[in-house]
Design a binder for this molecule. Structure first.
Ligand code: P6P
Length: 340
């Protein structure tokens, strides 16, 4: 937000938010700054991806089976290197790493856990479509005397202390929540600062858009087909919506958050547990959307209530405007049919 010559940087905003909590130590604030630094570095490279040899596949394959793009690996290392040495974090976990990455021995281990998808939508890198970074912050649950690890990562989404994403779109935006509303910042590359551009984001209860990959239609259960059909053609009180699908989760999510909409990646016969990941995709976005007045389910259950059993666990995802998500949950709960 720019008031005349006065700009509110994310650093100032976080500091003012921290002052609301006299007991705050400032560690979470500093961790959010660390994430901001990583975002700026990744943004710089994403913006130049077409101009350097960083473009293209790095040849390896991650746990999702996605061909790892060089930018994926760069973003993965950048986030880890921005937080591991700070003494604020004890362990990180990423879509690009098979296992959790505890802070190395000899480095101070802090009280926070960072789960992240370093560059979601990376198959869009080479075709210049918006991509994003998603992050989730928890407090460690294991004793400081023991090494941090998987147990600190496998926490329900409702335990998150902060979550957000960076969208590398027509501009680079960072959107986050610490449970005190949702706030959006736009990077001014001329000064290298994220400036408050979207304070107190709220999402309309009924969305303009529905976002789903309809090429999966024949792989869905009939109830899922009914729900998507209602958003497409209208049914009862559900009015028809415009279809918008970028195929990049953060971009689809952000448009729906601002304009109102519903994003669905249901289970299908190719993805019986859904394609998206619970811990570092659905969970953080669920925290953000609920803080903005929206909802997020796996079709039936609240995403934030799901207790993960596996670090890279998949989940179906229905997320966005609360009345649209509630309609989907009513149909999908009443007509629950397992995907065969
Ligand atoms: P599909 C990108 O690969 C991604 O992980 C998300 O960003 C996106 O929402 C989804 O997969 C798109 O998947 O099967 O529609 O191409």
């Amino acid at each position: 937000m720019v008031h005349g010559s006065e700009v509110i940087t994310i650093e100032r905003f976080i500091m003012e938010q921290e002052r609301l909590y006299p007991e705050a130590t400032g560690e979470l604030s500093n961790l959010l700054y660390d994430v901001c630094l990583a975002a700026k570095i990744i943004s710089r490279h994403v913006r130049r991806a077409g101009l350097t040899d960083i473009l293209g596949a790095a040849g390896a394959v991650n746990v999702s089976g996605d061909l790892q793009q060089k930018l994926d690996l760069f973003a993965n290392e950048t986030v880890r290197n921005s937080v591991h040495h700070t003494g604020r974090v004890c362990v990180t976990a990423s879509e690009e790493d098979q296992v959790p990455m505890p802070v190395p021995p000899g480095k101070p281990a802090g009280k926070y856990v960072v789960l992240y998808d370093p560059l979601d939508g990376s198959t869009n890198i080479d075709v210049n479509v918006s991509i994003g970074t998603i992050f989730s912050i928890h407090k460690r649950v294991t004793k400081r005397s023991s090494p941090a690890g998987l147990a600190d990562c496998l926490q329900a989404g409702k335990k998150q202390v902060a979550a957000g994403y960076i969208l590398y779109g027509s501009s680079t935006m960072l959107v986050y929540t610490t449970g005190q509303g949702v706030h959006g910042f736009t990077l001014d590359p001329t000064i290298g600062e994220f400036l408050l551009s979207h304070p107190n984001i709220t999402t309309p209860p009924v969305g303009k858009y529905y976002s789903v990959n309809e090429s999966n239609w024949n792989r869905w259960t009939p109830p899922v087909q009914r729900v998507v059909g209602a958003f497409k053609n209208g049914e009862g009180k559900v009015q028809p919506k415009n279809a918008r699908y970028i195929g990049s989760l953060v971009a689809d999510f952000h448009r729906n958050l601002i304009s109102g909409g519903i994003f669905l990646y249901p289970a299908d016969t190719n993805h019986p547990q859904g394609k998206l990941r619970l811990l570092y995709e659905a969970g953080p976005l669920a925290f953000v959307v609920e803080q903005a007045g929206g909802r997020a389910t796996d079709g039936c259950r609240s995403i934030l209530d799901i207790v993960p059993a596996d670090l890279h666990q998949h989940t179906p995802l229905v997320i966005g405007s609360k009345d649209d998500v509630a309609y989907a949950a009513r149909v999908l709960s009443a007509e629950a049919v397992p995907v065969k």
